[in-house]
Design a protein around this ligand. Structure first.
Ligand code: ATP
Ligand code: MG
Length: 308
């Protein structure tokens, strides 16, 4: 956790529905309690979609620009349009020119049609927050926790600088991308954390995501194995019960088998990566109580080093 809290950027990634938003919210509580000025950010598309992350702070959506959403915690959507406008403003040095350029319909169509241009905007919005300082060397946002989109988009976003810098090597876009890389590709400043469930397919996807992050040169800080079912059985009991279940129809057998599947999935993950992992329990709570309970687990638990 100390390692995580020492980063400027923490990317919370993973397959859909595994608990990224819940964990981002829990991590923001841990960071705040550690005395960090924390910004919680979420890649958004500018629509009116409900945000599970915002709901953890009693909001329908995170603010469109950084603002306090809980005591000691700021929040912001990461918006492509905002990033593009901020970028044009920084290049043209005149907000009015930037807005005029953005009002130009062919340019708007180009931005919405080209996926990598949308990602470029998101990237620049994030970069603006990383640049912001109250005094030289004193960042406004000490830790930026980013609730990333599901796997494919995360890899597209983190791989973007390399892709564009191959095409554009000079000028303000290239400079901005290189500055972004100095954050995102620097393990001292940025780590990605992959959230997964202790099940076969999510573990496979988590391993693919780790590989993709490696390829994009984004440091992989750890894997959160979320929603691990409680295992109250000794090895003997497990062996006996497994045999018994094969012979008889037993109420609750499914829950019991889930424990075995979970143990297998955790073992496979740990045998397949050096990246440290941490198991988080399946909890009964929901909403704020769930976030609170996960924050306590996170504050107490050390990561376990990977095996190979
Ligand atoms: N450790 C846990 N124990 C029990 N329930 C959990 C746990 N972690 C997450 N959940 C529940 O799992 C569901 C999905 O969580 P969450 O919305 O955080 O996932 P997500 O990865 O952000 O999903 P999406 O892909 O929709 O953004 C929520 O209903 C949440 O309450
Ligand atoms: Mg989410």
């Amino acid at each position: 956790m100390n390692d995580l809290l020492g980063k400027r950027v923490v990317l919370v990634t993973g397959k859909g529905g595994v608990g990224r938003s819940t964990l981002t919210a829990a991590l923001s509580q841990v960071a705040r309690r550690a005395g960090k000025r924390v910004l919680v950010a979420e890649v958004a598309d500018g629509g009116d979609d409900y945000s599970a992350l915002a709901q953890r702070f009693g909001l329908h959506q995170l603010p469109r620009a950084a603002a306090e959403i809980a005591p000691g915690i700021q929040g912001s959507q990461l918006l492509s349009d905002t990033g593009v406008e901020l970028f044009l403003t920084s290049v043209l040095r005149m907000p009015i020119l930037a807005r005029t350029a953005l009002g130009f319909e062919p340019l708007r169509r180009l931005f919405s049609a080209a996926p990598s241009l949308r990602e470029l905007g998101t990237f620049f919005h994030l970069l603006t927050y990383l640049r912001a300082e109250t005094a030289p060397g004193v960042p406004v946002h000490e830790v930026v926790l980013v609730d990333m989109p599901a796997t494919g988009h995360t890899l597209a976003l983190t791989g973007l600088p390399d892709v564009i810098l191959r095409l554009v090597t000079r000028g303000p876009i290239a400079d901005g991308l290189r500055e972004g890389q100095s954050f995102l590709n620097n393990p001292a400043r940025t780590s990605a954390y992959v959230v997964t469930l202790p099940e076969t397919l999510p573990v496979t996807e988590a391993l693919e995501l780790l590989e993709g992050l490696e390829k994009n040169r984004v440091h992989q800080g750890g894997v959160f194995i979320n929603r691990v079912p409680a295992d109250g059985f000794t090895a003997e009991e497990t062996a006996e019960l497994t045999q018994f279940i094969q012979r008889e129809k037993v109420f609750g057998a499914e829950g019991f088998l889930r424990i075995a599947e979970s143990r297998k999935a955790v073992a496979r993950l740990r045998a397949s990566t050096r990246v440290p992992s941490l198991q988080l329990p399946e909890l009964e709570q929901t909403g704020d109580a769930l976030v609170e309970a996960l924050a306590s687990v996170l504050a107490a638990e050390p990561f376990r080093p990977g095996v190979p």
